[in-house]
Design a protein around this ligand. Sequence first.
Ligand code: GMT
Length: 372
Amino acid sequence: MRIGICCYPSHGGSGVVATELGKHLATQGHEVAFISYAAPLRLTELPPRVSFHEVEIEQYPLLKHFPYTLALASKLAEVVETHDLDIIHAHYAIPFGAAALLAKQIVHPRKLKIVLTLHGTDITLVGNNASFRPVTKMTIENADAVTVVSQFLKDETIRQFGVRKELNVIYNFIDPERHDSEPCPCIPHCQQGSQKTIMHISNFRPVKRIRDVVGIFARICDAVDSRLILVGDGPDAPVARELGQKLGVLDRMTFVGIVDRVAPLLARADLFLLPSSTESFGLVALEAMASGVPVIASDIGGIPEVIDHGRTGYLAPVGDVEGMSQFAVNLLLDADKHCQFSAEAQNQARLRFDYRLIVPQYERLYERTTSS
Ligand code: GMT
């Protein structure tokens, strides 16, 4: 099959899922064309059958804001023609789903199917904003097939948008081999039994509740010698620094910045924190599990579909910094329990979320959609 993929190229779960899916599809023999304004973060090279098509962003004095969605639609239509695409798979409803539908109209009457994957904030935050809501709803209703990354997101899409469309739950996935990789030398290894490594990876947006990450860490430090490794970057990175300074733990915090391979970093972690206010799935939590790192997270959104409370990590209500830090301390001080959680986390990640289980679900959906 010939599949066009459009997604956010920057760091963030939807771009990661889109890119990894595209690479796996190409390994399976499909032709995959990525279309975006920049190469996605995890598309560091172009494997066989993978191409990248840049949407050029130009500045015109007349246009205060460049209409990217229209430029993307034009580029998508062009690549559909030049690469004879069967499908455009848009990741995130806006602007990608909307642009893909526009491209379909441009190339009409050519046969082209639009598959849309809803990732989370395109339903729970951004796409539900009054400025975008009608476009988001229209996009969901007119796509040829729609997937959502958790049962939570399916229920939420129906609740918030009242759509009657079939919504196919297809979970995020990991490549287990990647999580058997060597630890990153940029983070020195702690001595066994001494300092513990707590990790958080995100795009540091308000939804990630960075203040809670630092608050939990400061409480852990009262009971266990620990350090906090913060991976990624975003608007709330300065918030982490300020609070770390205020709570007297800044010297135990390391800011690693944006990285494209998280597994070697996770290989150094003892515990992962994800106290988000909303999370449709929590891909980073799954990546932590795959690396054998138990997760302390909010009991929200799709997270309970990923983390098994009391077996692979612990869940607590959003904002319960005290409860999350107690769970963290208990686990860090109990070596046997930590070992059990770590093994079970690795096990669950491989049993339920291996790409070899998930990617065929997308392939079967493509087959059904193109043959209808
Ligand atoms: O919040 C992020 O890290 C980025 C965001 C996105 O839309 O790019 O991630 C969303 O999609 C991921 C992949 O499907 C999910 O694992 C994340 O849970 C989801 N983020 C939220 O719902 C906040």
